[in-house]
Structure formats: C-alpha cells, structure tokens
Design a protein around this ligand. Structure first.
Ligand code: COA
Length: 432
C-alpha cells in the first residue's frame, strides 16, 4: 500500500545517487539562504565534472560549495537572483550569472517558464503522519518551482522547523529524499555602530504603536528593530524573518493584534538567523510562511494599514533614484523585496516607506548622496516610488516633491563636508 511512510522508504536515497536525476542542461532551483540543501549541493559539487551546462538558480547563496568555481562554470554555473558573500566575487568577475528581478515576481516567472526550473533541491522538515514536509526556511519561489519541476529532491533534516502557512509539500510531489542531521546554518546579526543607531532613532520616531513592519536586509534595518522595544502592538508582514523580529516578539512589542490584514499572524517568506529562531518557527501558530508572490505582492502587503517598510541602499542621486544593489556596474546584492515593499507601503493607508543609508562610505571619503549615479548602477527603487530617505543627519521626505525640492531635501541630510559640492553640481545641472 502506498502510505506516506511506504513512499518515504521507497524514495529515500543518498545525495550521490540523487545526482543521477539531474540531466545536462537542467536548471536547479535552490531556496533562499539557509534553506539551501547542503548535502545535495556538496554532492553536486563533487560530481560537477560529469555535467554540462547545469545551472543553479538561487537568491542569496550562503554556502561556499565546490561548484562555485570559475574553472567548472561550463559544467555547473550559478545564476544569482540576489548576490551574497558566496557569489559576489563570481558575479563581479563574470562567471556567476545574474537575473534581475523583483522577489514578488520570481514565482510567476518560474510558473511561466521565464526562469527555468527542471529540478528543485530544498531542505525540508521531517514528514508528518499525513505525508507533508514543511519548507518553512524558504517558501519564496521554491513552492512555484516544486509545482513545475521534473525532479524534486528534498533534504530532510530534523533541525528544520515544521512551519505553518503555504509551505507544505506532499510526499507524492517528491521524486527523491535524502536525510541529513547537521544544524541549520546560523547567520548572526550585523555589527551596528553609532551611525546606524542614529539613523535607526530617526526612523523609530516615525513608527507609531500598532504599525505593521517589513524589515529589510542589512545593518540599518536591524538597528531600527533594536529601537522599537518600547513600542506596543506592532505587527509583522515581511519578506525575511530574523532574530531582530524574534527579539521584538520576546519583549512584547510585537503582538500582531492591531493588524487589519491577517490579524494575529506574522507573515514572512524565508528565515535567516539563529537556531533559537528556527526553534521558534516550529509549529508556531503565530507565524505563517508563504511564497514571495503572496508576502511581497505590493497590493496584498499594502492591505496592511500603517505598513512601515525599512530598506537599505548603497547610494542615492538627487532625484531619489536608489542604487541599492551595485557599485557602478559591479553587482553587490539584488533588488530582493525592496521595490515590492516600497510600493506596498506607498499603497498602505498610513504607510511609510523608508530608505536608509549612512551619508558616506570609506571613512567619510565618499558621499553616498550623489548628483548622478555612477555609470552602470542598478536602480532598485525608482524616483517615482521613493518617499522617506534617512541618514544620520536626518530625514528627507520626497514623495510629491519637485526635482529642486528633492535636491534640497537630500543635500540637507548629506554629510556636511559634501553639501556645498553637491549644491554646486546641482546648480550646474540646472536642478537648483
Ligand atoms: N561607494 C563605495 N563603497 C560603498 C558605497 C559607495 N557609494 N556604498 C557602500 N559602500 C561599501 C561600504 O563601505 C561597505 O563596505 P565595507 O563592507 O568594506 O565596509 C559595503 O559597500 C556595504 O555597504 P553597507 O552600507 O554596509 O551595506 P549593508 O551591509 O548594510 O547592506 C545592502 C546593504 C547592500 C544589503 C542593501 O543595500 C541591499 O542589498 N539592498 C537591496 C535589497 C533590499 O533592500 N532588500 C529588502 C528586502 S530583504
């Protein structure tokens, strides 16, 4: 009889054997960050010389696997949907590919075949008695890929939480299973200095009790979280759940009680944090993990009244165009959900979208507020969407403002050493 337990036994194999399911030319979809499947990616790395033209597509690869190797990129090549430390150098050197995207749209692109998905390698929780696994560390685009792929291989690990939400895969959808038991990779909070704290204090002053938060990626969004411990009845509708959000739950600042959309529930699409966070996610009715076409859809996320989105950028020009993900043409990260949540907060009644950045880089030698973005810069948030911009010198509010007003607002929050130069350049460009 094909009970879930019988099917489990039939589909159980080794990581090395599972590689036989991959064909030359396949694209393998791997979920975001720590939801990647270490045993499967290690086996792929070991056997990479036997393959031709296999691609591995992922947001934020965290492990430095052997296949991330320029010498064997014709065998197995990484395709970044968002660069991180493991892939950035390859992206800048050209042996890691890049597909620009809004996170909210990746599932649909997979569904429509624009991003190919013949194979899925994902971490998963142990199976429940009804035959379901949870892929709650990263439902992101992986649920869409599972529905589309020829081959689905799950790496079942007892340290992966069984999360609730739309992140469950039935044994009948799975081609093969491998088991592992290593702890899920932990990612610590970034170091937060006085500049980040100053920016965070400005943002925190704008956040009213009862607001719903999206917390983006990088040091400053996490610094903001630390300034919110005295707030009341905050809610969470975000892309990434991390230890910062967990600390707000623990101190009682997050209750989700005043959310008007999905009240009582925290919503996210992937997790990145500590073992404590992963334990918190296990069978916790307070949290739901959903695919990114749900969490990040600007229309759905914008149904939360008083949605506050906090996201970081690397540089911004005097019109308010944000180069959040590259330094000139050199890629650094990706759009992720930045543009999605800026738009969501703009739609939300009482919503506020914050873009945060230190005023300078490289020991105050470079202004991050610039007259024009460096050639090749990838624009993540457009001039039409930008609203609040925050540095350690204050807050610029740009939505509804003219080009000259924007330039004045942004120059007023630039580092004082660069303000006259920025003003002169703006005058030469006939902006002021
Ligand atoms: N010129 C030269 N170097 C610059 C620079 C500039 N204009 N701006 C930043 N840098 C350097 C910094 O000095 C720093 O270098 P260091 O690591 O040697 O100190 C590095 O670039 C990173 O800058 P930092 O401000 O510390 O970035 P961060 O770690 O806080 O991360 C990003 C910010 C890149 C993650 C963020 O901008 C991003 O990816 N945004 C898009 C994605 C997003 O917002 N998603 C939201 C949903 S999760």
């Amino acid at each position: 009889m094909s009970t879930p337990q019988n099917l489990y036994r039939q589909k159980l194999t080794s990581a090395a054997e599972a590689m036989r399911l991959v064909c030359d030319g396949d694209s393998i979809i791997v979920p975001t960050g720590v939801a990647e499947a270490p045993s499967l990616l290690t086996a792929l790395s070991t056997q990479r010389h036997h393959f031709r033209d296999v691609k591995v597509s992922q947001i934020l690869a965290v492990g430095k696997y052997g296949y991330l190797d320029p010498e064997t990129a014709a065998n197995v090549r990484h395709v970044a949907l968002f660069f991180g430390a493991a892939t950035r150098a390859g992206g800048q050197a050209g042996w890691v590919d890049f597909i620009p995207n809004n996170f909210s749209e990746v599932p649909t692109q997979i569904e429509r075949g624009q991003i190919p998905a013949q194979v899925v390698f994902s971490m998963a929780s142990p199976m429940d008695e009804k035959g379901y696994f949870a892929i709650g560390l990263g439902a992101d685009y992986t649920m869409a890929a599972i529905a589309k792929a020829r081959v689905v291989v799950l790496e079942v690990n007892p340290n992966v939480p069984f999360a609730y939400g739309d992140c469950h895969v039935h044994i009948s959808q799975v081609t093969a299973l491998v088991e592992s038991s290593e702890p899920v990779r932990e990612v610590g909070l970034p170091t937060i200095g006085p500049v980040q704290t100053a920016i965070a204090q400005y943002v925190a002053d704008f956040i009213d009790d009862g607001s719903t938060l999206q917390i983006g990626y990088g040091g400053i969004p996490d610094a903001v979280v630390m300034q919110l411990t005295h707030k009341h009845d905050l809610g969470i509708h975000t892309e990434m759940i991390g230890d910062g959000i967990l600390s707000l739950v623990e101190c009682g600042a997050v209750t989700n009680r005043r959310k008007n959309y999905l009240p009582g529930k925290m919503i996210a699409t992937f997790a990145l944090g500590s073992e404590k966070l992963y334990r918190f996610m296990h069978r916790n009715p307070m949290l739901e993990i959903h695919p990114a076409n749900f969490t990040n859809d600007p229309m759905l996320a914008g149904m939360n009244d008083n949605l506050v989105a906090i996201n970081a950028t690397l540089q911004i020009d005097l019109l308010g165009q944000c180069g959040s993900e590259s330094l000139g043409y050199a890629p650094f990260s990706g759009t992720g959900g930045q543009s999605d949540f800026v738009r969501a907060a703009n739609r939300s009644r009482g919503g506020k979208a914050f873009i945060v950045l230190p005023s300078t880089a490289k020991n105050d030698t470079i202004s991050r507020i610039v007259p024009i973005l460096a050639p090749g810069t990838h624009v993540s948030t457009s001039k039409n969407d930008i609203n609040y911009v925050v540095t350690e010198y204050g807050v610029a509010q740009l939505r509804g403002k003219s080009v000259a007003q924007r330039a004045r607002e942004l120059i007023s929050i630039a580092h004082p050493a660069f303000r006259s130069e920025l003003t002169e350049k703006a005058q030469r460009m006939n902006v002021l």
